[in-house]
Unconditional design. Structure first.
Ligand code: KG4
Ligand code: ZN
Length: 335
């Protein structure tokens, strides 16, 4: 069965064809990073307009790359939630139009669930239940996953998402956008114990997250107590690397501790990690160490499938389709 997946929830326009839920025949990802870089974050109106301009050619390329014809596609999957409303609408409208023209089923996909499914694309048979951590630019959510399609939220961020914290700290340090990959790289040259930035665990046993205090702590550390740029003394490259490493370690301590805590509480068979921040090399290393310590297997996707892509959408759609879970043409985008 061939499913065409479409992903336009944030700032990547992506289309992919996946066979039988696991064989990626094509996965076209058009990143809008260059358009948003000068603003230090995603500008919704710019994202929306860019999706509109490129979605048809991205879908076309996915079909050509898979050496397929539109007429051979069995169903179309689209992310309809959560995301930027204007951005989601472009994907949802494209998918509905194609489904109507080709007279094939439409499958609605939750963006966060698709990030978790990126693991199923690469790691074959995963035993459930799992604890699944989605860490991206817009979300930090822990789920109890009972199957590829059934995910019960356990906790989430009450303010900034983990990726958003990376992006904002990168902006403070003048390192560019997106911040995650730059900080990841720079942190390797820094001392992660140099600065004791705060770790926010919230109430005892809470599986929620908060990163905005940490971001503010970095701001004050970098610029001085009144956060006045003009009074900041120039820092050496080594000092900036130390800030990056210490900040990153504070984020990762909380992510790892809460994920491991949830995995013990729910007595799971594994831990799945997905979303852009799952590409972080220190997070992957720390989770791997925990896995060796606890004996609970930890899975994360290869870097290309961590960030937004439509292969994870088309893959998950196959499982939903087998469960008889398709949508109709009244499907709405839900931000
Ligand atoms: O999943 P994604 O592509 O888009 C959303 O759904 O938000 O995630 C993008 C986020 C950005 O905030 C980016 O800075 C972060 O993922 N990111 C990373 C790394 N690579 C991407 N964060 C930390 N370390 C990385 N290596
Ligand atoms: Zn995402």
């Amino acid at each position: 069965m061939l499913i065409l997946g479409i992903e336009t929830s944030c700032d990547e326009t992506s289309a992919s064809i996946v066979k039988d839920g696991n064989e990626i025949l094509s996965n076209i990802i058009l990143s809008q990073d260059v358009l948003h870089r000068q603003f230090g974050g995603v500008v919704p109106e710019i994202a929306c307009r860019a999706h509109l301009e490129s979605v048809i050619s991205v879908i076309n390329n996915a079909v050509v790359d898979a050496k397929a014809q539109l007429a051979e596609i069995d169903a179309i999957a689209v992310v309809n939630t959560p995301g930027l409303i204007g951005a989601l609408l472009i994907g949802v409208t494209s998918a509905k139009t194609l489904c109507m023209a080709l007279d094939i089923p439409l499958i609605a996909i939750n963006h966060l669930h698709s990030h978790i499914y990126a693991n199923n694309l690469e790691h074959g048979d995963i035993q459930y239940p799992t604890v699944s951590l989605v860490v991206s630019g817009g979300h930090t959510t822990l789920f109890l996953s009972e199957s590829e399609t059934k995910h019960i939220p356990l906790g989430g961020t009450i303010d900034d998402a983990a990726g958003e914290a990376f992006d904002k700290v990168s902006k403070i340090l003048g390192l560019g956008y997106p911040g995650g990959p730059v900080i990841d790289k720079l942190a390797r040259q820094g001392n992660r114990s140099a600065i004791a930035f705060p770790r926010s665990y919230l109430e005892k046993d809470s599986l929620d997250f908060s990163f905005s205090g940490l971001k503010t702590a970095v701001l004050y550390y970098y610029r001085g107590q009144d956060a006045n740029v003009s009074q900041s003394k120039p820092l050496s490259n080594q000092e900036i690397a130390d800030i990056a490493a210490s900040f990153q370690e504070a984020v990762i301590d909380v992510l790892v501790d809460k994920t491991v805590q949830a995995s013990h509480r729910y007595n799971v068979q594994g831990i799945l990690v997905g979303g852009g921040v799952a590409a972080n090399s220190r997070l992957r290393q720390r989770l791997k160490e925990k896995s060796e310590e606890t004996g609970i297997p930890v899975y994360y996707p290869s870097a290309r499938l961590c960030t937004d892509n439509a292969a994870m959408v088309a893959g998950l759609a196959y499982k939903k389709y087998l469960e008889g879970n398709s949508a109709d043409l009244t499907l709405e985008a839900i931000p």
